[in-house]
Design a protein around this ligand. Structure first.
Ligand code: ATP
Length: 308
């Protein structure tokens, strides 16, 4: 547990030195709270949390009538969620705010344990996975991806320390981080994070995606950035995600029309349930809520793309 505590503090960054304001403190506290929850989960291995490893092939994910509440007075976050992400498929989750999209990721990472129903990963009940192996198989690219206190190189190689230089250079180029590297005074060896150069949200997410490229996860959980990206970066990210989708199973919380268009299947969540699922073409004709989401939430990017 102490090793995990240190790891989380390292990951969350702000507790390395002075706390950088309320948001940092909040995420630190959330991490500590999560540790209690994680500690109480069954099946935790004795070997710590360093079990990141490559290979093994893409994993299928199924949710079967999953129920889950965060334990407060509010309505449960999941009230019987059922969907399937086939091996090597790309499934997009969409839905209004509070529908339960992020909760899907939290349950898959086992930050929390679901209350009812069944979640399987790779055909195995999620509760039967040793936690380190499960998390070692998943790359979770958050919207507000954390940066470690260290150099850019250390950040990129964190989950794949043995990756050779050519793979590192390739991941940097494909996520268009080379412009950042050129700009930094010591290139890849420049300290970043709260004790070094401050990076934008888009740069941090691209670092997280480069990390995922280097690691070759069996399941990629991606919470797409909502912030606007310039056309070059957006195209680069789309290419990388599509390439990752060829090697791994991808579950993405989609904020862009271009993403849902590329998804094999879109799952529309509403108030803790799956409202409907299908392809963009099927849903745009067949589902009122999806049509509304596509023309509002997903539309900003659509308008940009249309203008290009
Ligand atoms: P958004 O698009 O706004 O991120 P979402 O679809 O991802 O929303 P969730 O974050 O999964 O929705 O939230 C589902 C429900 O669970 C909401 O009612 C939310 O307030 C609640 N919830 C989410 N995280 C927590 C938490 N850590 N503690 C308590 N309640 C939570």
């Amino acid at each position: 547990l102490i090793a995990f505590l240190l790891y989380l503090f390292y990951l969350m960054g702000p507790i390395g030195g002075l706390v950088e304001g309320w948001t940092g403190l909040q995420s630190g506290l959330a991490a500590v709270r999560r540790i209690d929850e994680v500690e109480s989960l069954p099946g935790e291995p004795a070997g710590g949390f360093g079990g990141l490893k490559e290979g093994g092939g893409p994993l299928r994910v199924t949710f079967q009538e999953v129920t889950f509440g965060y334990g407060d007075e509010r309505a449960p976050a999941h009230k019987g969620v059922t969907f399937d992400v086939p091996t090597g498929g790309m499934v997009a989750l969409v839905g209004p705010s509070g529908a339960g999209k992020s909760t899907v990721f939290s349950l898959l990472e086992r930050f929390y344990d679901h209350d009812g129903g069944t979640i399987t990963v790779g055909g195995r009940d999620i509760r039967d996975w040793p936690l380190a192996e499960l998390r070692g198989s998943i790359a979770y690219v958050e919207q507000d991806a954390p940066v470690l206190a260290g150099t850019l190189r250390e950040n990129l190689l964190f989950a794949a320390p043995d990756a050779p230089d050519d793979r590192l250079a390739d991941a940097v180029a494909r996520t268009r981080l080379d412009a950042l590297v050129d700009r930094l005074p010591e290139g890849l060896d420049t300290p970043v994070g709260h004790r070094g150069v401050t990076l934008s949200g888009g740069e941090r997410q691209r670092i997280a995606i480069a990390r995922a490229l280097l690691r070759r996860p069996r399941l990629l959980l991606l919470d797409e950035v909502t912030s606007q990206l310039d056309a070059v970066n957006e195209q680069a990210l789309r290419d990388v995600i599509l390439e990752l989708a060829e090697q791994t199973t991808v579950l993405v919380i989609a904020h862009r029309l271009s993403t849902v268009r590329h998804a094999d299947r879109i799952v529309v969540l509403e108030e803790g349930r799956v409202r409907t699922a299908g392809t963009h073409e099927e849903l745009i004709d067949g589902d009122e809520l999806y049509r509304e989401l596509a023309t509002t939430q997903l539309a900003a990017e659509g308008a940009e793309a249309g203008a290009r």
